[in-house]
Design a protein around this ligand. Structure first.
Ligand code: NAG
Ligand code: NAG
Ligand code: NAG
Length: 433
């Protein structure tokens, strides 16, 4: 094996000296280069009849979506571009040059279609400024394969965050050449994904390639349809917000004497604003359209704010115990809320009794009037409570606890309705894509 290798090396060296390496020699390659580039001008269109156009086939090989900044709308992708065109000046007979069928040259040696991005993120970006080599073939085909970090602008729609999908366009054109001189074409209608590395946050659902001419410019457009992977935002934002909203109305059930209800509700209210700022830090501050999550949060904050106010009112009511008479219209409302017109008195009375003794024991004093009221109401068991009996026994503590209980139910239902509506909107959008 070693002998064979040595022999090969000697042959190679000899071949080099006598100008014969394989079938092609250096001198042949040099004469080919001279033949091709003696009268070549890379400033002119590579067609013999200058009124013909050059068709350039462009394909994109996506490597990765490096970054997609929601706030600024910057999309950074790493991709390889393959450009293939025919240079009519660069044709040769392979037999004349020792069978050499292709040659590698520098981009500055030959005419190249310089592409530029129509919607760059910062400055106009010319693609293919690197020093990637170009391969030219005997039949005039020229192939240019180069890698590029493309930073494009992509408008952002977060209406259905976190189930949003974005469609980003990488539009390329040959600035300076009109569509009658250079025409960009796509040999395939999607982006190649041979080297693609999946992004953590976005999944590529679809890619479309189109070529068209607008106002004498030839364009090729690579559309990337991206879909957000929703697991993280669901766990990090949506889940806690729903839980927080659920927590919110349970505060109403806290016994009033703990005196912590208002501050507890206030804490939940503030947590919502913390979440509001977390979300707005992660999303564009777009007013058109506004994401549904903001509406959802706003509704929850409204509920939360209302709960704070109601708890203040409720603690005033609790403090009011028996010092004054309850107005008739409030008694009527309480009668309605306690569903007295539906239920039997039996159950109600025991409940009423409990709440009353509880309240009175807090207060310390047991007014005579109430005791008699309770006794008198216990006489008429197993009958529907008539408004009159009920009115007689209705005290402020009953008003307060009715108030708490009804708002617990109302807020529980509202929170459930709002959350279900929000989730239905989100999930319906999810199935669309
Ligand atoms: C280049 O141009 C010169 C003069 O115009 C001509 O003599 C020569 O043959 C041309 N070479 C090639 C390779 O066309
Ligand atoms: C160049 O092409 C145009 C259109 O195809 C044709 O009319 C013209 O005669 C051609 N010129 C030459 C010198 O071949
Ligand atoms: C470009 O692609 C089209 C369609 O696949 C093909 O017919 C044409 O020959 C290609 N042109 C070049 C220069 O490769």
């Amino acid at each position: 094996m070693r002998h064979f290798f040595l022999c090969f090396c000697i042959c190679l060296a000899l071949g080099y000296c006598f100008g014969v390496v394989g079938t092609e020699s250096l001198s042949e390659a040099r004469s080919l280069y001279d033949h091709l580039f003696q009268n070549y001008s890379q400033k002119l269109l590579p067609v013999l009849n200058q009124s013909h156009l050059v068709q350039v086939n462009v394909s994109l090989n996506l490597v990765s979506i490096t970054d997609f900044d929601e706030i600024s709308g910057e999309l950074i992708v790493v991709a390889y571009l393959t450009l293939i065109w025919i240079d009519e000046q660069l044709c040769w007979e392979t037999q004349q040059f020792g069978g050499k069928s292709s040659l590698v040259v520098f981009p500055e040696d030959v005419w190249t279609p310089k592409l530029s991005l129509i919607y760059p993120f910062q400055s106009t970006q010319w693609l293919g400024d690197g020093s990637a080599h170009i391969r030219i073939y005997a039949n005039g085909f020229v192939s240019w394969f180069y890698g590029e970090v493309i930073s494009a602008l992509c408008s952002y729609d977060t209406t259905f965050y976190p189930f949003d999908s974005q469609s980003c366009k990488l539009e390329l054109t040959t600035l300076g050449w009109t569509s009658t001189e250079v025409k960009l074409e796509s040999p395939v209608n999607n982006v190649y994904l041979n080297y693609y590395i999946e992004n953590d946050e976005w999944s590529l659902t679809q890619s479309i390639v189109e070529s068209y001419s607008v106002q004498e410019l030839s364009f090729i457009c690579f559309t990337l349809k991206l879909k957000r992977k929703p697991q993280f935002p669901l766990i990090y934002i949506i889940g806690p917000v729903i839980l927080l909203g659920g927590l919110n109305y349970w505060i109403i059930l806290l016994p009033d004497d703990s005196g912590e209800r208002v501050s507890c509700a206030m804490t939940v209210f503030l947590s919502f604003s913390v979440y509001m700022s977390i979300i707005s830090n992660n999303m564009p501050k777009s007013s058109d359209p506004v994401s549904y999550i903001y509406y959802y949060l706003l509704l929850l904050m409204l509920l939360s704010g209302t709960i704070v106010i109601l708890l203040i009112v409720s603690s005033i009511l609790h403090k009011k115990v028996d010092s004054s008479l309850v107005p008739v219209y409030i008694k009527y409302v309480v009668w309605i809320f306690r569903l007295k017109f539906l239920r039997k008195q039996k159950n109600r009375v025991s409940h009423l009794d409990d709440s009353k003794t509880e309240d009175l024991s807090n207060d310390g004093t047991i007014p005579e009037k109430h005791r008699t009221d309770t006794n008198s109401s216990q006489v008429g068991k197993a009958e529907k409570v008539s408004p009159d009996t009920f009115y007689a026994e209705c005290s402020w503590s009953l008003v307060a606890s009715t108030f708490d209980l009804s708002f617990f139910v109302i807020f529980g239902i509202s929170h459930t309705l709002i959350t279900v509506t929000y989730l239905v909107i989100l999930f319906r959008n999810m199935t669309v894509y």
